[in-house]
Design a protein around this ligand. Sequence first.
Ligand code: SF4
Ligand SMILES: [Zn+2]
Length: 330
Amino acid sequence: MPEPSFFSSAPVITREEILAARSPRTLHDPWQPQSFFLEEERSREGSVDSVATVFLTNRECPYTCLMCDLWKNTTTFQVPSGAIVAQIRHALAHLPPATHIKLYNSGNFFDTKAVPPEDLPQIASLLSSLKTVIVENHPALCSTGCVDFQKRLGTTQLEVALGLETIHPDVLPRLGKGMTLDDFSGAVEFLHRHNIRTRAFILLRPPFLSEEEGREWAIRSIDYAFSLGVDCCTIIATRGGNGIMELLSEKGWYSPPRLDSLEWVLEQSVPHHSGRVFADTWGLDRISTCPDCLSRRTQRMHRTNCTQSIQPRETCHCQQDAIDIAAIQS
Ligand code: SF4
Ligand SMILES: [Zn+2]
């Protein structure tokens, strides 16, 4: 646990400071998704299924969290009616058939300024042949809109991915997410009561934590999410790149987590939970220090994600860090 004095001197960054640190925004076509691809993911039943993952273009999320760089993929204006439907149609037409779909909109699917509510009936009918529709959403926006969309989906299961980020009592408020743990648990309880499934995003080493604290609080946060009954947790290495994280880094308040910490948290969590635990393997070149093993270690984590069993570690000349972790475990 950090000393209280540490957090009494840790800055509380304002929305204005976050916005001022940003680089210029790229303009995006509201009729085109940011990207789409097919990925493999372990299902709750234990099969490895194909998932169509579509990154939608829409208006920026209003929350402006400290660590968030997703605004880069968004517009400053509300996209026209029909644009989200067109983006999904475009992605589905260019992808092989999939069992599930993730519609990630760099924000909140049930933010009426992001995804126009009048598009929801058409979106639901486009997705009716899929088994699961996974969307991301802020706990404060989990209300009747989610329930109505689940009704429209019929037998297709809605799953809402919620950013828990961390349960650290001094870090969570400093992320500016506008969310307490009670808000998170209330949203999960509401969704479950309406037969909507949930998953949680967990940050590994958010700002203000040491490497060791980053690992410890990721594990604690995963435990907390599963105690609420979420279906799965995805561990995300906290990344820089949004401007303010670079300023925090210069002042010593943020360092990216090590790749072996991500491996370790995955290894520690997978055997201890009946729900699935995934490591987010996207963009790990940003935290890797060794080009010789990055690809093999990423593939190993992907195999662990898919099998939910710990795979043998990859060996490499660089892996001094793994010895540190072995010492911590003993
Ligand atoms: S709620 Fe999510 S999308 Fe919105 S700013 Fe925070 S991290 Fe980014
Ligand atoms: Zn290496």
